[in-house]
Write a protein that binds this ligand. Structure first.
Ligand SMILES: O=C(O)CCC(=O)C(=O)O
Ligand SMILES: [Fe+2]
Length: 298
């Protein structure tokens, strides 16, 4: 175990009045910084570290010292990490969502490393779902506190975005050149890395409480986003309307922080406490490459 008293503490700067912090390490990003990052995630839900280019191997090593790395869904090999490289095109990431909310592992931290970014490439936006929860009026808080929501990737996209058929096997998603790590990249993992494989539930999808404590910080937050499509409210209209009503509260303008990418940026965010989206600003193919690893914190 690393003693966080060792070495100089990093300096910190708030990114949004309610959440998000930039951490500037005194001696560059080392494993000794991991406890600071975890503490910052627990307090602030989003952590930015600038000027720290990472190779895939370094990113996987840092991620695996924070917790278990998520593997590719349905992977043949249980030790194959899901490393996603997002390039030009967007695959529904322009809609506010929480990564993995459609799976049995929704409490994950996403670890994004910016490999390259043109000056005008699309930013990523974040909205804090615990602040949003506290701002809901009491009646709505009581109502959703009793309910669960169904999360399912295909159903939610079909209903909300009019996409027909299973999107994950169609050309639309193939446009996002997702390169999932194969056998060769498995060699990049530290030998003691732990991999867990998330599972999706068949339609109507996995049920998560609409309000739950965040995994990292024990703060209550609303669990919704684009993958949620229906709640367990008994009235069918209310069951679906509630999702849009609460989602809109979460992404109110004053609850949003926008990050403009520079190469060498690292952003980590707690999916149990923020929604995020790619903000489309123009050409989908304007260059930016983000590499994503998902971690379930210890
Ligand atoms: O491209 C973006 O701005 C967002 C990417 C994203 O949603 C993800 O990597 O999970
Ligand atoms: Fe995402």
């Amino acid at each position: 175990m690393i003693n966080i008293e060792q070495g100089l503490p990093p300096s910190k700067q708030q990114l949004h009045p309610d959440f998000g912090v930039e951490v500037t390490p005194a001696d560059g990003l080392t494993h000794a910084l991991i406890p600071w990052i975890k503490e910052s995630l627990a307090l602030s839900a989003v952590v930015l570290i600038r000027d720290t280019p990472l190779t895939t191997r370094m990113q996987l090593a840092l991620a695996s010292s924070m917790g278990a790395i998520l593997g590719q869904t349905g992977a043949v090999s249980s030790r194959r990490p899901a490393v996603r490289i997002e390039r030009g095109a967007s695959s529904f990431t322009e809609h506010w969502h929480a990564d993995q909310s459609w799976s049995d592992q929704p409490d994950v931290v996403s670890f994004l490393a910016c490999c390259s970014a043109d000056q005008n490439s699309d930013p990523t936006q974040f909205a804090d779902t615990s602040v949003a929860y506290r701002r809901l009026d009491r009646a709505l808080r009581l109502e959703i506190g009793q309910l669960e929501a169904f999360h399912h990737v295909e159903i939610s996209r079909q209903i909300r975005h009019g996409v027909e058929g299973p999107t994950s096997r169609r050309g639309l998603l193939a446009r996002v050149r997702q390169r999932l790590v194969g056998e060769a990249r498995r060699a990049l993992l530290p030998p003691d890395a732990r991999i867990i494989t998330p599972h999706a539930t068949p339609p109507p999808g996995v049920r998560h409480p609409m309000v739950a404590s965040s995994s990292a910080s024990n703060v209550r937050s609303v669990r919704l986003g684009d993958h949620a499509w229906r709640t367990t409210a008994s009235d069918p209209g209310r069951a679906t309307d509630l999702i849009d009503i609460v989602n809109e509260h979460i992404v109110a303008a004053d609850n949003v922080w926008t990050h403009h990418w520079r190469p060498g940026d690292i952003v980590l965010y707690d999916n149990s406490r923020v929604l995020h989206r790619r903000l489309l600003t123009g050409e989908l193919n304007v260059g930016r490459v983000l590499r994503r690893v998902l971690v379930r914190l210890d």
